[in-house]
Design a protein around this ligand. Structure first.
Ligand SMILES: [Zn+2]
Length: 92
């Protein structure tokens, strides 16, 4: 029987193997790939991005991460939620 811990280990190994394959495929150091895929967008950066205050030079990296990361995309939606509500209430 598989425990939750077995599943977590499988996920970690799966992620590591995908990162190695990606690094070999893109011919970039593994560290670069790991940084893009493992380091998620900081809460403050998401906040700045959602309000349009993130520095322009940081936009491409953030947006390319968002394209590949469902987790950060969902966090961005959570950031945008209250603002969209405020807009809606403002219009009503
Ligand atoms: Zn992310």
């Amino acid at each position: 029987m598989r425990t939750r811990n077995d599943y977590s280990i499988a996920v970690v190994w799966g992620t590591l193997i995908s990162l190695v394959i990606l690094a070999l495929w893109l011919k970039v150091p593994l560290g670069v790939v790991a940084m893009i895929y493992v380091a998620h967008i900081h809460e403050d950066d998401l906040e700045l991005y959602s309000t349009g205050h993130l520095e322009t030079e940081r936009l491409p990296a953030l947006e390319s991460h968002l394209l590949d990361c469902q987790y950060c995309l969902e966090r961005l939606h959570q950031c945008l939620g209250p603002q969209l509500e405020a807009l809606r209430e403002g219009r009503a």
